[in-house]
Design a protein around this ligand. Sequence first.
Ligand code: CAA
Length: 263
Amino acid sequence: VAEKSYEYIKVSTPRPGVGLIELHRPKALNALFTPLILELNHALKTFDKDSTIGAMVLTGSHKAFAAGADIKEMATKDFADAFGDDFIESWSELPNTIKKPVISAVNGHALGGGCELAMMCDILYCSEKANLGQPEIKLGVIPGAGGSQRLTKAIGKSKAMELILTGRTFSGKEAYDWGLAAKVFATPEECLDGALATAETIAGYSRIAVKACKEVVNKSQDLGIREGVEYERRVFHGLFGSEDQKIGMNAFAKKEKAQWNHR
Ligand code: CAA
């Protein structure tokens, strides 16, 4: 990753097994435009393929996780540009193709596409004063990167409907109280630190088991409970064919720390 130089993001590996991606377009509060999304996709895919990486953290600055899709890039588009060129389609790589867990550490503004990007991640952490929301209604449009679906699944229809119809933003504390965020922190520093710590914990487990966990939890979003439980059982059975299942269970019996093969 270090070999590739990016203009709109920064990548690093601040802790063992953890890849960090920081959105870095400060002049536009990390507004999400195509060149940034392409860099983000490249970095995510590179970490996803890197066998030394077990989990990722995605963050912005203290001021803005991301202030939305780039309104200036969108303003001149007509229907043919948007529909014909599959505008926003390239944003789907994170939820659709990345297999390792990604934690978002949300500080400052996470509006429109910024909120949607945070919600595409597998776990959302934020600081109390983070400012999240789907204000697209104020621009004469609607959420376009999954906000109407993911926010509604996370916090329920009535509340999501109210937020999306009014464009009212909400705090990190509210996001936590409603179950959208898994944790809330007093400061941006603590938020990033907490996300990196969780990513490090995940990176310390069997990559095979972690990958399977992410897959089965995500299936719960698409399947009914009966099919979901059946799906989980098949994947659970499949893990008995892994080396790490033997390693983990034998280490427990011997009261040792498991040394995973990631196989
Ligand atoms: N697109 C393009 N540029 C943006 C931007 C965006 N979404 N958000 C901020 N910027 C730019 C501003 O234009 C400004 O640039 P200039 O210095 O060149 O004027 C710079 O970033 C700093 O912004 P502000 O001066 O506005 O900063 P502020 O602190 O006064 O306000 C803010 C911060 C409340 C986040 C405000 O910038 C704002 O409301 N931004 C737009 C938020 C928004 O509506 N997001 C949704 C976009 S639609 C979408 O995302 C569609 C989708 O679902 C995919």
